[in-house]
Structure formats: C-alpha cells, structure tokens
Design a protein around this ligand. Structure first.
Ligand code: GLY
Ligand code: MN
Ligand code: MN
Length: 489
C-alpha cells in the first residue's frame, strides 16, 4: 500500500511538471549555457568596467497592433530572456549590494501582471528570471529607478548607443523607454539640446563607451558552441526540406506568394518559430532585386527562373539558403550556363574556405571566376570590365542574426554563408537572350579544422539534382482549394 501511494505521488509529480511545461519546447538552451556566455563576456571586459544591454523595443505595426516581438540577439545570447522591457548589467568585478551580498550581474525585467498576461501572454517576472534563467539578481523594472550604483566609479561603461526609436508607453513607468531614460540620467549621458539638432550627434564623454561592445560580442558570437551548432543545423535542415518540397510542387501559373507559403509552411511544420529575414521569392526579372520581398507576381511563367532565398529561424538561430530553379523543371541552355558559372564560383570559394582565410578572400575567388565566365559568354567584353551583374560579397556569418556578429578572419566553428550570384536585368547591355536571368546559390557552412562543412547540401544544388527533384511528385498536388468565387454563401 505504501508503495502504491508513493507511485501515485510520483505520478502526480510527473503530471504536475508536465502540465507546467508541455506548452513550451524542451530543447531551449539551458540556463548554464547563458551563464557561461556572460562569464566569457566578463572575462573579455576591460578593467573596472560594466557592460549594459537593453532588450529590443516592441515595434508598432499599425494602430493598436504591434509586430511579433523579437528579442535583441545580444540580449538573447546573454540571457535567454524572450520578453521586452528589460536591461542587463554584466560587471567586470563583484559589486556590493546594500544587504552585504556580492554580485557581478543584475537584470531588471518586466513585472508580472495578471491582467496584462491575460492579454499578451505569460511573463517570467523577477522570480521566474531567477529560477528559469539563473540570473540570481533579478528585479522588476520599477526598481531600476532606485538602483543606486555609482556609475562614475567605472573606468568604462560599455553599451550600444541609442537609436532614439523606442516608444514611450505612457501607461508604464517601467517600460524600455523609462529604463533608457533613467539609465541616461544615472550615467550622465550627454543630452542633445535644440542647438545640436541636425548636426552630428555629440560623442558621449567621460567613461561612456558606445563602440567597444561590437568587437567583444562579435568575438563571442562568431564562434559557435556545440549547442548553437545543433540548433543551427536544425534551422538549416528545415530550410533545406522547404527548398526540396517547393521543387517538387512548383509549376507554371503558381504565384510567388504561394511558393513562399510552401516554404514557410514547412518551417512551421517543423516548429520553426520565425523567419530569419523576410522571404525573398522572385520570378524572372524579380530575382535581380537582391532583397525582393514583395513576392507579388501572381503567375510564374513557363520560361523563367525563380530565385528563392529563405531561412527558418529555430530557437533564435537562422539559416540563410538560396536556390534558383526553372519554373518548368528544366533549365534552358542560357539559364544552365549562368547557373553552372555561379556554382563553379561557389565551389571555388568553398574550397578556399578554411581557418586563417579572410572572408573577403571568398568574394575575390568567386569574383574572378564569374568575371572570366561572363567574358567567355560574351556578356561583358573582358574579365576586367566594370559591371553590375555581381554586385555583392559572398559571405557573412549566420547565427542569431542572419548577418551575424563575427570576426572577418575565418576560425574553426564559425558558421557562414557562401553565396555568389549573377543578375542580368531586362534591358541590360548584352544579348537579349540573357535578360531576366538571375541566379544566386547560397549555402551554409561550418568552418572546421581543415576547411568547411557544407550544412545545406540536402537542398538540391546541381542542375541534375534540381531537375531530378522537380520531376518528383508533391503531396501538394492533391491539396486543391476551391475557387473563392465558386463558394456558395
Ligand atoms: N538573405 C539575405 C542574404 O542572403 O544575405
Ligand atoms: Mn546571405
Ligand atoms: Mn540569403
């Protein structure tokens, strides 16, 4: 009987914790990981300094609707906190609290509020921040005003300068706006008065350092930990499946928006919370617009390519993958020539990618091949002719930002893209047969000891792989919706 009772109690305990957590994923990075990140930052801080990070602002979409909240990547990297209206201090040295305890980090977060939580969702509050995020010194934002550390004693106060784009929620005296204004007073942040408006902003004086964090955070965030790599791999694989499924499903007559929707449906099916950036889906000439996010073209034609640059964001980490495919499933000779030239450039940059190499070198390698190839195809007159057919670099870091923080010299465990492209808009000064061809091939890589690992190879990449995938049938072939006009009310 006693045994039965203890099993019953055990069961209760299990169901209790399950009931508490079942509506949250169980694979977020743990509080120990974030604590270690803060410690690494602390170790890199200059003597007698403090680093200050503000949560991202809530942005208004229109009227009383805000954009879905997205945390500032630095703030998220150091805390795992996913709510707005907060500020974090990481001190180089131990500070003495009034009650005699010592601490080297402190966070002010948004207060719990039953009514607000009913409208906009659960809040961790100070207690939840302590227990779930492991920040022992956590307080409500309303307490920041009376937080009386003498900031003049620090040799340096490091923070990202303000962009003055934070709304004042007049009803809330502990919102981000208030935290920033109170911080400015505490640290003697220079005021911009009327006479300095319209001129370059006055540089902060004394111990305020608004530049130093860029490099410190880039050095940290640029090298991915194994836990981050696991999340990145997941984001990349989800995005690859999206590309593969679209290749099966796409056909002339489909809209850019529908193609976008298939990718994003796959992302959601795998529980990706977000997009790392607005999806770029451009048919024909639209592919020449590097960040084309309108995706308005109602009907893709039989003869054109479609350029699809999309990245799922999983637990904050984003992929960044581009595939370019013929809408009708078969590359024309001109499309194939351009595609294979871009692929050759990408392969060469990939071969050059290894620790010690400057990221700019990957662009140089691709550029040389593309210029030579364009000249051989007669699209430019000679390989050294200046042109606009390849107007961007080929590599950036990926991580919590799609264009992530990180150093420019490659090191093991950096995650980067390699993404050459050729874009030939209509009316270009070359034979008409090339007009409207836009190809970008973008893959994600993890730098390792000897070179780099292609993370996004699951998404078909060669002409043969793409054409073979596009011949496969799609489960969406059976997903037919009624014409809206045919629905009887
Ligand atoms: N999707 C943006 C980029 O490729 O950099
Ligand atoms: Mn990119
Ligand atoms: Mn991209």
């Amino acid at each position: 009987m006693k045994r039965l009772l203890s099993i019953f109690i055990l069961l209760l305990a299990f169901t209790g914790s399950f009931a508490q957590n079942s509506d949250l994923p169980n694979d977020f990075l743990n509080k120990g990981w974030y604590k270690e990140r803060r410690q690494k930052l602390r170790e890199s801080l200059p003597a007698n300094s403090v680093a200050v990070f503000f949560a991202n602002a809530v942005r208004n979409r229109a009227n009383d609707v805000d954009y879905v909240y997205h945390q500032d990547p630095n703030f998220f990297y150091l805390t795992g906190y996913r709510e707005p209206e907060a500020v974090l201090f990481v001190f180089k040295d131990k500070q003495n609290a009034a009650n005699g305890t010592q601490y080297d980090e402190i966070i002010f977060v948004q207060e719990r509020n039953a009514m607000r939580e009913m409208w906009t969702g659960r809040r961790l509050g100070a207690d939840g921040t302590k227990t779930q995020l492991g920040l022992d010194q956590a307080f409500n934002g309303s307490e920041f005003k009376k937080y009386n550390v003498d900031f003049s004693k620090f040799a340096e106060i490091l923070f990202y300068d303000f962009k003055n784009d934070v709304r004042d929620n007049a009803r809330d005296s502990a919102d981000l706006y208030s935290l920033i204004e109170e911080f400015k007073v505490k640290v003697n942040y220079p005021r911009k008065d009327a006479s300095t408006l319209n001129v370059a902003q006055e540089q902060p004086k004394n111990n305020l350092n608004t530049r130093g964090l860029y490099k410190l955070m880039a050095d940290l965030r640029g090298i991915k930990t194994p836990e981050e790599v696991a999340l990145l791999r997941k984001a990349v694989m989800i995005s690859c499946v999206g590309q593969a499924e679209v290749m099966k499903a796409i056909e002339p007559g489909m809209s850019e928006r529908e193609v976008q929707g298939i990718h994003e449906y796959v992302f959601k099916k795998y529980q990706a919370e977000d997009l790392g950036y607005p999806s770029i889906v451009g048919g024909g000439h639209n592919g020449c617009i590097l960040h084309y996010i309108d995706n308005y073209k109602p009907s893709l034609t039989n003869k054109e390519l479609i350029l699809m640059d999309l990245g799922a964001e999983f637990h904050g980490y984003t992929a960044d993958i581009t595939r370019t495919v013929p809408v009708n499933g078969k590359f024309s000779p001109e499309q194939k020539a351009i595609y294979e030239l871009v692929l050759k450039a990408q392969e060469a940059s990939m071969a050059a990618c290894k620790p010690g190499v400057e990221m700019g070198q990957l662009t140089t390698v691709s550029r040389e091949i593309i210029n030579k190839g364009l000249a051989e195809l007669g699209i430019i007159k000679s390989a050294d002719e200046r042109h606009m057919y390849f107007p961007h670099g080929v590599s950036h870091h990926i991580g919590l930002d799609v264009h992530d923080a990180g150093g420019r010299t490659l090191q093991e465990n950096m995650a980067i893209t390699i993404e050459p492209g050729i874009y030939i808009p209509d009316d270009s000064k070359c034979d008409k047969k090339w007009w409207g061809i836009a190809v970008r091939i973008e893959d994600d890589y993890l730098v390792n000891k000897e070179g780099c690992e292609l993370l996004s190879g699951y998404a078909p990449r060669t002409v043969a792989e793409i054409e073979a995938m596009m011949k496969q049938s799609s489960p969406l072939d059976k997903f037919k919706l009624p014409a809206l006009e045919s629905i009887k009310k």
